[in-house]
Design a protein around this ligand. Structure first.
Ligand SMILES: Cc1ncc(COP(=O)(O)O)c(C=O)c1O
Length: 384
């Protein structure tokens, strides 16, 4: 069979579902209402940011939340609110989006980049333990691709060394670990509503936390250093305006009601694809132990056949099944090193950067019967 890359017929000619999905009636009504009210900002008396924050905190199993402009700022604010600062170290995984590390830099701290577990590609608890120094103040587990990090093991290391735990839940809306929602497992958890995420308002983020003291500190960081309930021009600490708008909250609030259905849809696609892959040298990267719900933001696939990576990605795209190349190792980024980030050896991350590709969320939203397209294109390309 001639590859589409070489002029053959592509496996898939129809487009994949678009992301975000079309506005639903509840979103349309809320957004229109906000636009017409003129109460667009979060401090003008509208209630949607407050409602979203409360609903999201509840869904995360914790009492408090603070909505922010994006998750990068959310991670920064969580670290600041927890007192992590200049010269202190924060341990982050090497296989994550660059923002996990740049948020640490924004807080004036040093990202210490350590390896992931070779099997599930989430932050490796042993690597964290080895990287701890007297300056380590926090660890940042990332709930990668929608599945929870190995939280019990990471929490044990953190407790042993007195470290704060800031969960990067940017990709994991609705995921649970031992039946508890991610985001509410550590000292603070941060979600993203950026355009590619499972719930999106184009941009946005939300911090959740359990302790009132943390909430007050994080709220102040995000509200120009004001004290909760304090004066408008009272700024007892230094903070910034990091707030979400009411318009964004209007897009997000109704999404909470359909998140479960969307996760179930992606789960069905992943299950169908798993069955289709049985006869191919391609396996789905498993979720870490303790995962009770993988929210399936992305499906990470490990390609076990010797194939040129650029060819694989180009040939799959030509077949109408575009895959994502995934993250380059953070430890190899000169810009982070130039700002003082320190990287430990990360062989598992380097292997993942060479051998793992991702199926995007929008593709996972398709009819599970269409999982066969992914498998057929992989079979075609890997046998070329
Ligand atoms: C793992 C991870 N952390 C942090 C971020 C940063 O989120 P945002 O774009 O909302 O700042 C993202 C995504 O963009 C992400 O995937």
């Amino acid at each position: 069979m001639t590859l589409a890359l070489h002029g053959g017929t592509p496996v898939r000619a129809t487009p994949w579902p678009s992301w975000p999905p079309p506005l639903d009636p509840a979103q349309r009504e809320l957004v229109t209402g906000v636009l017409e009210s003129g109460l667009w900002g979060a401090t003008q008396g509208g209630s949607l940011v407050t409602d979203l924050t409360a609903a999201f905190a509840r869904a995360s199993g914790v009492p408090y939340g603070v909505a922010v402009g994006n998750a990068t700022l959310g991670l920064f604010a969580a670290l600041k609110g927890l007192g992590v600062g200049r010269g202190e170290e924060v341990i982050v995984p090497a296989y994550t989006f660059v923002a996990s590390a740049t948020a640490v830099l924004l807080a004036g701290a040093v990202p210490v980049i350590v390896d992931v577990d070779p099997e599930h590609l989430h932050l490796c608890p042993d690597a964290v333990a080895e990287a701890v120094t007297p300056r380590t103040a926090a660890v940042m587990p990332v709930h990668l691709a929608g599945s929870p990090a190995d939280m019990d093991a990471l929490a044990a290391v953190a407790a042993r060394h007195g470290l704060a735990v800031v969960e990067d839940a940017a990709q994991a809306h609705g995921a649970t670990y031992r039946d508890r929602p991610v985001g509410g497992l550590g000292d603070a958890g941060v979600y993203s509503f950026q355009a590619s995420k499972a719930m999106t308002a184009g941009e946005g983020g939300l911090i959740v936390c359990r302790e009132e003291k943390t909430y007050e500190a994080v709220w102040s960081v995000c509200n120009v250093g004001r004290r909760l309930g304090g004066q408008w021009y009272g700024h007892p600490s230094v903070g910034w305006n990091l707030r979400l708008t009411e318009i964004q909250a209007a897009l997000l609030l109704p999404w909470l009601d359909r998140l479960d259905d969307e996760i179930a849809r992606r789960e069905a696609f992943c299950a169908a694809l798993g069955a289709e892959l049985a006869h191919l040298p391609v396996t789905a990267v498993p979720a870490p132990p303790g995962t009770t719900r993988d929210s399936r933001h992305l499906l990470m696939l490990r390609v076990e056949a010797p194939v040129d990576r650029e060819f694989l990605l180009a040939a799959m795209a030509a077949e109408g099944v575009p895959l994502d190349s995934g993250y380059p190792p953070l430890g190899g980024m000169d810009a982070l090193a130039a700002e003082g980030a320190r990287a430990e050896p990360c062989p598992a991350t380097e292997e993942a950067a060479r051998g793992v590709v991702w199926v995007r969320q929008s593709m996972l939203m398709d009819d599970p019967a269409r999982a066969a397209d992914v498998a057929e294109a992989l079979a075609k390309v890997l046998s070329a």
